[in-house]
Ligand binder design. Structure first.
Ligand code: T3D
Length: 261
């Protein structure tokens, strides 16, 4: 496992695991950690051995968001710059990554920590995980894509309720809303999260990349243009080795072996 001070990175069986490693501060994020995250996500995007990515945390927190100690002091901090240079590249990196990115939310996810999880393609959560839009409590507003993701997941009014009140959303509630795909017990969380990611890594991941790109595109397209884009993406999907393998496996009544190509 390669170690950057507060972010760990490992690739195993087609799954890259990026782990926030500052448990004594609930993985509160520093600018250095955000830069490391952006670099590691870009590495996963490029790396042929990586077919799925897990983002998780060590200890009882996924991430408590911005390290508030780092932005408190005598000098006013330029929050616009922190958001533009720290958080936005991570969110954009996850969105642009042609590999499925899974947030394995092991515990509390607050502020930007919650919204980095929402930026991922799928979320799994420990029973004890909670999501908190903690911004209002410190006189800020949601960032890291919160204003984009929350209304899309919850609808406008529930999104505003979560953002305004900053109340805890439990893992069970998040699953009811469709935001969390699976809930695992705390004891088996790491193993079950890895198993889930590994299952996804064995799917036709080139087609998953196209699905992700097409869905993100479609969010801002009229139906006719989304249909046009779908036709183009499907044209590419139809040329993949995995498509040929999927059809052959169906006709031969066997399990397909997809390579992500
Ligand atoms: O530049 C900018 O600021 C703009 C960008 C903003 C993005 C954001 O993310 S703004 C939102 C920042 N996050 C928060 O406001 C959350 C603050 N934390 C909390 O509200 C609570 O810690 C939690 C609800 C997440 C968990 O509560 P609890 O009771 O389980 O744990 P705790 O005792 O509060 O925290 C444990 C330790 O982590 C503690 O350290 P200590 O006292 O034992 O040495 C605490 O200070 C530290 N910690 C928790 N969150 C942060 C933090 N340290 C620095 N920054 C934090 N965000």
């Amino acid at each position: 496992m390669a170690e950057h001070q507060n972010v760990l990175f490992e690739i195993s069986q087609g799954v890259a695991t990026i782990t926030l490693n500052r448990p004594e501060k609930l993985n509160a994020l520093t600018m250095d950690m955000l830069h490391q995250l952006a670099l590691l996500i870009a590495k996963c995007a490029e790396h042929d051995d990586v077919r799925a990515v897990i983002l998780t945390g060590v200890g009882r927190g996924f991430s408590a968001g911005q390290d508030l100690a780092a932005v408190q002091g005598n000098q006013p901090v330029n929050f616009e710059q922190v958001v533009r240079e720290g958080y936005n590249p991570v969110v954009q990196g996850i969105a642009a990554c042609p590999k499925p990115v899974i947030a394995a939310v092991n515990g509390v996810a607050a502020g930007a920590g919650a919204n980095l999880a929402l930026a991922c393609d799928l979320l799994v959560a420990a029973e004890s995980a909670v999501f908190i839009q903690a911004f209002t409590a410190i006189g800020l507003m949601p960032d890291s894509g919160g204003t984009w993701f929350l209304p899309r997941i919850f609808g406008l009014h529930k999104a505003k309720e979560l953002a305004f009140l900053g109340e805890r959303l439990t893992a069970a509630e998040a699953k009811q809303w469709g935001m969390v795909a699976r809930i695992f017990t705390h004891e088996n969380f790491a193993a079950e999260s890895f198993q889930f990611a590994h299952q996804i890594a064995t799917l036709p991941t080139a087609a998953l990349a196209m699905t992700k790109a097409a869905m993100h595109q479609a969010l801002s397209l009229p139906l006719a243009e989304a249909l046009d884009a779908e036709a183009k993406w499907q044209g590419k999907a139809g040329l993949t080795t995995d498509h040929a393998e999927g059809v052959a496996a169906f006709l031969e009544k066997r399990k397909p072996h997809f390579q992500g190509k």
